[in-house]
Design a protein around this ligand. Sequence first.
Ligand SMILES: *Cc1c(COP(=O)(O)O)cnc(C)c1O
Length: 232
Amino acid sequence: MKKAIATPAPTLEGSAEERLRALRHALAEAARAGGHAEPKLIAVSKSFKADDIRPLIAAGQRLFGENRVQEAAAKWPELMAETPGLELHLVGQLQSNKAAEAVALFAAIHSLDRSSLVSALARACDARGSQPHLFAQVNIGAEAQKGGVAIEALPALLAEARDAGLGVSGLMAVPPLDKDPAPYFALLAKLAARHGLSGLSMGMSADYDIAATLGATHVRVGSALFGKRMLI
Ligand SMILES: *Cc1c(COP(=O)(O)O)cnc(C)c1O
């Protein structure tokens, strides 16, 4: 199957403002092509420093993503104090012993993937009296090394979350690296619809346009905005 739309190469020409504007434009076009609303853009700033992030904030970006609680806790309180209205999402694996810290820091968590985390998050949310938006992460390509709940185990995980009093608002997935992502995005959308979940967190730098066409409500874009990450 060929990709429906050629993915723009993540070049880093232009200012942060120009990159952001081009990305927003591509997202809007792709979403319109699929008959969907424009997804929210999560600028994934993992491994980048506050000084790399400030130009995007200055350009108007307010929603950011990190994949490690510790790194986010070190970087974001200062940035949040400088600019009111910033929103931070956790897009990476969460250890149960960091649930309380994550609930305090993030407006959404995109990696609910197992029973032990359901109970840890339920306790943390009870203690805090608030709950971040939750996305259940699905191992959409059934890859041994990938995080996420198996497709067959998703209904049970959602039932456990419900029983624990946690509201799950959507599904998240990262398709296999070297395959056409479109069928995986379509499958994730089908699973979300089957469970009555409106949130669809899918699409990264290489495929955000395809995800937007297929109904993503949140795309998670790092390198197309910030440049290549150093290997860490
Ligand atoms: C790093 C990361 C992203 C962003 O990846 P890019 O390819 O740099 O856009 C998105 N989602 C998750 C879960 C990530 O860990």
